[in-house]
Design a protein around this ligand. Structure first.
Ligand code: ZN
Length: 325
């Protein structure tokens, strides 16, 4: 399997572990073309391009809950978290999505210059590709998990899954953080949990927000999607995708299962049924449909089941017979 095919596989894997409700008809927030499925025919490059185009399709930005706003595309989630001292932007999409994200921020009535901090779910082109442009446009400080810093600063070189296939504009990290570190601006605190495996520094961010007098625990889930091309075991003829990947995934699932979550958000819209919840929200659903603790636990359980299937499939003839602690 070549690298472009792997990239297609990531998209497919993301959809598989997402709710079956997601990949359906066009939704009010998205233009009709947005929900067009990736072409099944053509070369792997054609399919990768079609999958990326569907993910990038514009989506009307909207207020999610409390001080949290959606400024991403149909498939790729990006968030503005507002504070009295300026705003935080979590993820940017692909590099060529930067104008779209910037316009979404402005459409909501925010100024690019109000963005003071940039944070990232993980150092892949579809989530951090626009960081260099957004950093330039906002003048914000970029804060990132130590293990993903080399990939951000090199523009995706030596990626554990994609190698040099999915490069993006490199960006300087201003503050390097570690598991459990916090980012505070204007009295709003975001906590960073290392939930690695998808990349060595994949980060799940949490915060609290208030609406109608109630406080809610918010989880911005990084990606916990494992794919068959993740080599979880280090075999003589087939090295692990990166050293420690299996223990990283195991740790990530232990962490995300234990996080208190009222408001379920994530790096891809499909992970948390973004379109369906958006439509319910704009139609006046009460309580806010993004308050979905059961949906969070169900998504994590589906993702872990998918991961365990891959573990089992790789524990074949020449794999270790015992589980890694
Ligand atoms: Zn990724």
């Amino acid at each position: 399997m070549n690298l472009r095919s792997r990239f297609v596989l990531i998209f497919i894997a993301a959809i598989v572990v997402s709710s079956p409700l997601v990949a359906q008809a066009p939704q009010p927030g998205a233009p009709p073309a947005a929900a067009a499925p990736a072409q099944q025919g053509g070369t792997p490059a054609d399919r990768a391009a079609a999958a990326a185009a569907a993910m990038k399709a514009p989506f009307v930005p909207f207020h999610i809950i409390g001080n949290i706003y959606y400024v991403g595309s149909t498939g790729i989630a990006c968030y503005v978290i507002t504070t009295p001292a300026g705003d935080v932007l979590l993820d940017t999409g692909y590099a060529d999505m930067a104008p779209q994200i910037e316009q979404n921020i402005k459409t909501l009535g925010f100024k690019l210059s109000d963005i003071k901090i940039l944070i990232n779910s993980h150092a892949h082109t579809d989530h951090g590709g626009g960081l260099a442009e957004l950093k330039s446009a906002t003048g914000a400080q970029l804060i990132a998990m130590a293990q993903d810093v080399p990939y951000l600063e090199s523009g995706g070189h030596n990626d554990v899954l994609f190698h040099d296939q999915n490069l993006f504009p490199p960006v300087k990290v201003d503050r390097v953080i570690h598991d459990g570190d916090t980012v505070t601006l204007g009295g709003v605190t975001l906590k960073a949990y290392l939930t690695a495996g998808h990349t060595p520094g994949t980060t799940t961010w949490t915060t609290t927000t208030e609406e109608k007098g109630k406080s809610y625990n918010v989880v911005f889930l990084g990606s916990v999607v494992a794919v068959p091309t993740n080599k979880l075991f280090d075999k003589p003829d087939s090295p692990a995708t990166y050293p420690g990947i299996k223990s990283d995934f195991d740790h990530a699932f232990a962490v995300v299962k234990a996080l208190p979550c009222d408001v379920f958000l994530a790096s891809n819209g499909a992970f948390f049924d973004m379109q369906k919840k958006h439509d319910a929200l704009i139609n006046g659903a009460d309580p806010n449909p993004f308050i979905d603790p059961a949906g969070y636990q169900a998504y994590v359980a589906r993702s872990e089941a998918n991961y365990q299937k891959i573990v089992q499939s790789q524990q074949g003839t020449d794999a270790p017979t015992s589980h890694t602690p």
